[in-house]
Ligand binder design. Structure first.
Ligand SMILES: O=P(O)(O)OC[C@H]1O[C@H](OP(=O)(O)OP(=O)(O)O)[C@H](O)[C@@H]1O
Ligand SMILES: Nc1ncnc2[nH]cnc12
Length: 195
């Protein structure tokens, strides 16, 4: 398992000063270009959910996997299918038809607004939120302030529909940014990015 994670980590694209100076962008797309690595990644996450997340739920199953626009869409539907769960997208503002709930957020390199279609999660549903990466938002002088970013906004949208987020799952965590300290459920990151 550890060697699988190390292999997958080695595939990540590392792009200093992109999309702007001071950001080191970590690109998950090379993983998808290696079918064996992609399969290993999905198997790893399913193993985590079925052997760790679900046993803690006392007889409950995962009802909904929520994926975040856009890179969360690469992983969320596959995980949902394998779990027999629904997939619900969180999209950037203006992309979803019908009535939507909205949450604004600040991320590592800008601000944005997320939306979820009203009624897409039934009250009391058990939810996993998935995305490619968790970072954080704001640097003040030499210090980063964690204000949750994309994942926190997604959690707000789930709560607005009375769903219960039981875990936030990410392929990559950026530990030096301390992302996710203020989320309402535990976080699982498969790969810890180097400081
Ligand atoms: O933890 P945070 O500071 O909120 O940052 C993480 C988010 O930023 C990236 O998405 P981005 O908004 O760049 O959109 P994309 O997936 O459409 O490229 C990434 O895929 C996460 O969704
Ligand atoms: N450093 C980073 N690399 C890739 N996606 C990101 N989203 C926010 N920060 C990011």
């Amino acid at each position: 398992m550890d060697s699988d994670v190390a292999y997958i980590k080695g595939l990540l694209g590392v792009h200093p000063d992109w999309p702007k100076k001071g950001i080191t962008f970590l690109d998950v797309f090379p993983i998808l270009q290696d079918p064996l690595a992609f399969e290993c990644l999905i198997t790893h996450l399913i193993h985590h959910i079925t052997s760790y997340t679900i046993p803690k739920l006392a007889e409950k199953k995962i009802d909904v996997v929520v994926g975040l626009d856009a890179r969360g869409f690469l992983f969320g539907p596959i995980i949902a299918l394998r779990l027999g769960a629904a997939f619900v997208p969180v999209r950037k503002k203006g992309k979803l038809p019908g009535t939507c709930t909205t949450a604004e957020y600040i991320k590592e390199y800008g601000t944005d607004t997320f939306e979820m279609q009203s009624g897409s999660i039934k009250p009391q549903s058990t939810v996993i939120v998935i995305d490619d990466l968790i970072a954080t938002a704001l640097q003040v002088g030499e210090h980063y302030i964690t204000i949750g970013g994309s994942a926190k906004a997604a959690g707000e949208l789930v709560r607005a529909q009375e769903g219960k987020t039981v875990e936030y799952i990410f392929i990559i965590g950026l530990p030096f940014l301390k992302g996710g300290e203020k989320l309402d459920a535990p976080i699982y990151t498969m790969i810890e990015a180097d400081d």
